[in-house]
Design a protein around this ligand. Structure first.
Ligand code: FAD
Length: 447
């Protein structure tokens, strides 16, 4: 008779949790998983996937204009938000079903409900207790709310995919990737967009040159940016309009306020502090390089650890825990050289150190840039320039950072990321023969 109900119990069926449970079960472990909302987690249900589908859907607005220069007539084109929204939500349902099937096929036992830990081996799901030898916390993160009277009038990314209709105007609070992505989506769909940021920095952590380029292009497309503008209050007028007052006394009327100011680790009310699990300042669970918490049978991965809040990172961390605990070989996920993207219009993609980070870390650096207009934009008479930047360590000759803005930048970056993760030097990249005519060829032509 086994001592515990499960060898491994995972709290949270999102990116990290589903991967960890599936891999552990594949190694022969008896696995249970708890999910309080929908299987698939943030990325599938209300993050990467529906967001990217909206980005694709919104971009047709530009394509339709550009198509005219290529001989097409699309004069009677019209857009129906309800159609796009419903198709996106149907795709989300399909993916959730696929994730559920994956769990079933791997004989992972799904417990639908909110889980809390009663002791280091006991998990209670809506009052029903199960026991497990090892526990993985993969509860993700939740949108942070703006903090002022009337904040409850704002929506977050949790609600944005379900809007009944498009607003005429939207204010987006925040300057991070989610704020800029939704700014691009709504702007393409004809909504008047204002980004309001507490500080004077957009997209902190991204290379300044590509961020400045995005701001320049976004402004030219009609997005308004307001910096150093903390909120004083939000009120709804009798005709339904929202009135936002800023701390400096300025005010702004809008139809919808989207709070996209960041995400906080979902670590509270899990009962873990009482067990001795340690958390960091913002609530992220403290783990070592093996994703082990201060309690040796409790592990944590993904957004709840507040390291790099990205799906592929959560997945790798979950995979590493499952392999290390139940597989033949232990391994540690690498948090260096993680490529990421901002699916703005146009998108940004980035890997490694920014130019300023490299200057601090290495002193002297070599920087190569290519500032060009994509062939399609030239023909479409779209005054939108791409910018590619490579940051090179002059001693090792390795490319330590790459930063792109322009059409398909994330697709291009994925290929480049393989080369940079492998530690290729600038000279090795230069030896690569270009594919002509492409935008990506700029990467091998920078001198
Ligand atoms: P999650 O996937 O969030 O899963 C956590 C799960 O735990 C949830 O399903 C939750 O309901 C459940 N849960 C929480 N508490 C409990 C409990 N007590 N009991 C039971 N269940 C519980 N990342 C990218 O890489 N690329 C992108 O383009 C991208 N776009 C994004 C866009 C938006 C709008 C948002 C919000 C996020 C985006 N992300 C993106 C981030 C990505 O979604 C997260 O990094 C990723 O989902 C984290 O995975 P996770 O396993 O840590 O948590």
């Amino acid at each position: 008779m086994p001592k515990f109900d499960f060898d491994f119990f995972v709290i949270g069926a999102g990116s990290g949790g589903v991967r960890a449970s599936r891999i552990a079960a594949g190694h022969g472990a008896r696995v249970g998983i708890a999910e309080e909302f929908r299987v698939g987690g943030t990325c599938v249900i209300r993050g990467c996937v529906p967001k990217k589908l909206l980005v694709i859907g919104a971009h047709f607005a530009e394509d339709m204009i550009d198509a005219k220069r290529f001989g097409w007539t699309a004069d009677n084109a019209s857009f129906d938000w309800g159609v796009l929204r419903d198709h996106v939500l149907t795709e989300v349902d399909r993916l959730e079903a696929a994730y559920r099937t994956t769990l079933t096929n791997h004989r992972v036992v799904l417990h639908e409900g909110r889980a809390v830990m009663a002791d280091r081996h006991t998990i209670e799901i809506d009052g029903k207790a199960v026991t497990a030898d090892k526990v993985l916390i993969a509860t993700g993160s939740a949108p942070q709310m703006i903090n002022c009277p009337g904040a409850e009038l704002a929506i977050t990314s949790n609600e944005v995919f379900h809007l009944n209709r498009l607003p005429k105007r939207i204010v987006i609070a925040g300057g991070g990737y989610i704020a800029n992505e939704f700014a691009g989506i709504f702007n393409e769909l004809g909504v008047k967009v204002t980004i309001v940021n507490r500080s004077d920095k957009l997209l902190r952590g991204y290379d300044r040159s590509v961020v400045d380029r995005l701001e320049h292009i976004s402004t030219a497309k009609g997005i308004t940016f307001r910096y150093n503008a903390p909120f004083e209050s939000v009120k709804r007028s009798q005709d339904g309009e929202l009135r936002i007052t800023f701390q400096n006394g300025d005010a702004l009327e809008t139809d919808l306020l989207l709070a996209a100011i960041g995400r906080l680790p979902a670590s509270s009310e899990l009962g873990i502090e009482a067990l001795g699990v340690k958390t960091k300042e913002r609530g992220g669970i403290r783990v070592d390089k093996n994703n082990q918490t201060a309690i040796d049978n409790i592990y944590a991965v993904g957004d709840v650890t507040d390291r790099i809040q990205l799906t592929p990172v959560a997945i790798r961390e979950g995979h590493a825990v499952a392999d290390s605990l139940f597989g033949k070989e232990a391994w540690v996920p690498n948090h260096d050289m993680v490529a990421s993207a901002v699916f703005s219009h146009p998108p940004i993609a980035s890997i490694g150190m920014t130019e300023s980070q490299a200057r601090i870390a290495l002193g002297d650096v070599e920087v190569y840039t290519s500032d060009f207009r994509a062939m399609k934009n030239v023909m479409a008479d779209r005054n939108e320039r791409s910018l590619y930047k490579l940051v090179v360590d002059p001693v090792s000759r390795k490319v330590v950072g790459a930063h792109l803005i322009g059409p398909d930048a994330p697709e291009i970056m994925q290929g480049l990321a393989i080369a940079l993760t492998a530690g290729l030097t600038k000279e090795q990249i230069d030896r690569t023969v270009a594919i002509h005519p492409t935008m990506a060829e700029e990467l091998v032509l920078m001198r």
